[in-house]
Design a protein around this ligand. Sequence first.
Ligand code: NDP
Length: 323
Amino acid sequence: MKEDDITNEHVQVLIIGSGPAGYTAAIYAARAGLKPVLYTGAEPGGQLTITTDVENYPGYPEGVTGPQMMVEFQKQAERFDTDVRYGVVTDVDFSGWPHEVTIDGKKKMKADAVIISTGASAKWLGLADETRLNGQGVSACAVCDGFFFKGQDVAVVGAGDTAAEEASYLSKLANKVYMIVRRDEMRASKIMQQRVFNAKNIEILWNTETEGLIGENQVEGVAIVNNKTGEKRVLNTTGFFVAIGHKPNTEIFESVLDLDESGYIITKPGTSKTQIDGVFATGDAQDRIYRQAVTAAGSGCMGALDAERFLAQKEVELAEVTQ
Ligand code: NDP
């Protein structure tokens, strides 16, 4: 019988999610002898599997593709006997201890510690061209992909802090940055707006929306329309950065954990601890600011170390009760 079919399964550490945070948590927990079980979620490998080249992850001097990097993360976790399973955690019950989770709406299992690494997803405009040219000029991460557009013209959609930050970052690399803003004002904080206004090579296109992208296999232009005048034009850009926000994948924790107004899990500062003992949150599911593979991995390590300490403490408490 496959282990996944065992009923009444009870594990020490259950990790939810298979991005850099989840696999790093698995590597640390497994090496600590905690025999972690990791459920990959619906998108095994997470956001990196839809990225092309990763050049800012230390240890890869020649760069690596996102999918390849995630294969290597998985291999490293499995080398120490992490039990990686394909499945989606669909429900959790953190009201007692051990904690209880439901996999794929049917299998229930118990876990002494749960490490949440469910990540976040970039929001997209919903254009067919975005999907068609994703990774071929379309990106949702300037820090990841901006370098590939050195000296070229690019466009950024959005008007919040993320868009302002992405546009400022890109302005240092690209020849010209167009910011496509759908209203006549920006939502970004004053200081971030000022940074955008001060950059000589950023042009803000107010009241502007994207109609589509030009290019067969690579972005060659962006078709835009002014929503006040109806005037249409094409921007000759090779990069199209969508920066209209991220959505943390935390729906199943809505009624059980403290989330901020955008849905990110709130952790105790400097730790991965949630308000529930034995439940830890790592990676983009709790990080609205940095959202990098390397910071997610670091936070996954914190989750495993916090879980290990929690389990050691529990063992001491249980030993005292039975004495
Ligand atoms: P926000 O939700 O703040 O902003 C999203 C932006 O995208 C808005 O300007 C919105 O326009 C625009 N937008 C949304 N949908 C569309 C669409 N379909 N077409 C065109 N434009 C669209 O998200 P952010 O990611 O910018 O920020 C999220 C949070 O993270 C904020 O609280 C922010 O302050 C914080 N943050 C902080 C940073 C920092 O401190 N360094 C860096 C990055 C984020 P509209 O305004 O018209 O609604």
